[in-house]
Design a protein around this ligand. Structure first.
Ligand code: TV1
Ligand code: CA
Ligand code: ZN
Length: 400
């Protein structure tokens, strides 16, 4: 089947920390960590846990996070409490103060209309950061130590977090931490990001390096967050220039056009960059019917990215990321777990404790939506060709 790539088996390590299952960004927030628990329960219901090794995942330590993050920011993350006060005292006491706001964190505004804040302080925030980062670090170590061919952490993939602050629902950048771990074992690491948003935090962290290439596919234009990641954006002059590649698309792109970009561009990236390991951020907000994203990928089209990257047979780290229609997200990551293992799984969702969540997709893994509910495709054959040619031109300038 085209969605499974080659049939060769891989040693897959799977990291799931149940400690994230009850984490709550606050009422009405679109980011729901529980979707990872739903994915995990689906993976279990399909009988896939026995096909993977599950190694102990310990929460990361503050010292491990300090490998990338600013110590002052980490101290603040640890110190803030949801009621808007500090555990140990910091700046003024007007709730989540100026110091926090400067770091991108805000008191959750419970009352009033409109959308809430992107990065609220919630209960067990620090513990949550340690757990999802611990999973990505453990996964990177399994690949670095050669004990796994593919390592999975669906709770990771928080690509917007910066060295000194939170951004776009991301507080700690587990991807940067994992890549830094991989760099201890591999000469060159490729980062690929199919989340609907630009992977700006990871791109910025490795902007000056020619040992890490970052490639992001994302929705762009019309004020879509974060707004960066134009095709001309290849990084500052220096050794890392052209080691950042951006593939912006317009709303409504479907599987066929997406893969007219993804496959030729990624095949060329593999040729020119010759990575020794790959990190694939599998943000599921690029799926059709997402609450935030406006692309039209199916679960098969999304998984085709995973199987295409897998077919290069390099140590591969699979991470989660965005994804805001949570039954779609769980279906997507469960199916991609099957792709990682190299197993065919039936389309009928098995009966399990969470199957009610899949009622409005008729209990099918590969859900379908009515065309009238989908955003109009604003891409044209010409615009796709132009983006592919511009991306290829950038790649031809990469000299290592
Ligand atoms: C609380 C409650 C927060 C409801 C945030 C959508 C909400 C959004 C909410 C939301 C929302 C964004 C911005 C505007 C920047 C702001 C995990 C100038 C219905 C990786 C992050 C998107 C995506 C941030 C993260 C974006 C990821 N969109 N409802 N917030 N300000 N923020 O546009 O890449 O998926 O939307
Ligand atoms: Ca992206
Ligand atoms: Zn996203």
């Amino acid at each position: 089947s085209p969605s499974c790539g080659d049939d060769k088996k891989r040693r897959v390590c799977y990291y799931y920390d149940p400690g994230i299952s009850t984490v709550d960004y606050g009422e009405g927030h679109v980011m729901v960590p529980h979707r990872v628990t739903m994915a995990h329960n689906l993976v279990a219901a399909y009988g896939m846990l026995g096909d993977m090794r599950r190694l102990r995942t310990a929460p990361a330590t503050a010292a491990e996070l300090a490998d990338f993050h600013d110590e002052g920011y980490l101290a603040l993350l640890q110190d803030l409490t949801p009621d808007g006060y500090h555990r140990r005292g910091g700046d003024d006491d007007d709730g989540v103060g100026d110091m926090a706001r400067a770091r991108g964190i805000h008191a959750a505004e419970g009352k009033g209309g409109g959308r809430g804040v992107d990065n609220p302080v919630f209960d067990r925030l620090w513990d949550y950061c340690l757990r999802y980062s611990g999973g990505s670090l453990a996964a990177a170590r399994a690949l670095g130590g050669g004990t796994a061919d593919i390592a999975i952490n669906w709770s990771g993939g928080m690509h917007h977090a910066c060295r000194g602050g939170a951004r776009g629902f991301c507080y700690v950048n587990d991807i940067v931490l994992a890549i830094r771990e991989l760099l201890a074992h591999f000469r060159r690491v490729l980062y690929v990001d199919i989340d609907v948003h630009h992977g700006d935090g990871v791109e910025a962290a490795f902007e000056a390096s020619n040992r890490v290439m970052t490639v992001s596919f994302h929705q762009h234009g019309g004020g879509f967050f974060p707004g960066s990641g134009a095709v001309a954006d290849v990084g500052k002059k220096g050794p890392g220039q052209y080691c950042a590649l951006n593939v912006p698309v317009s709303m409504g792109i479907g599987d066929e056009e997406y893969h007219q970009l993804f496959e030729p561009i990624m095949a060329r990236v593999m040729e020119v960059f010759q990575p020794e390991a790959v990190v694939l951020q599998c943000g599921a907000d690029s799926l059709a019917g997402d609450r935030l994203g406006e692309l039209n990928l199916t679960t098969r089209g999304h998984a085709q990215c995973v199987s295409f990257i897998r077919s290069f047979n390099l140590p591969l780290l699979l991470l989660g990321g965005g994804g805001y229609t949570i039954n779609h997200v769980a279906s997507c990551w469960c199916n991609e777990t099957a792709v990682a293992i190299g197993k065919e799984i039936p389309n009928d969702i098995p009966k399990h404790g969470f199957d009610v969540f899949y009622k409005n997709q008729e209990y099918k893994l590969h859900y379908t939506l009515e065309t009238k509910h989908l955003p109009r495709n604003r891409n044209t054959a010409n615009s796709i060709d132009a983006i592919r040619m511009a991306a290829m031109a950038n790649l031809s300038k990469l000299k290592l």
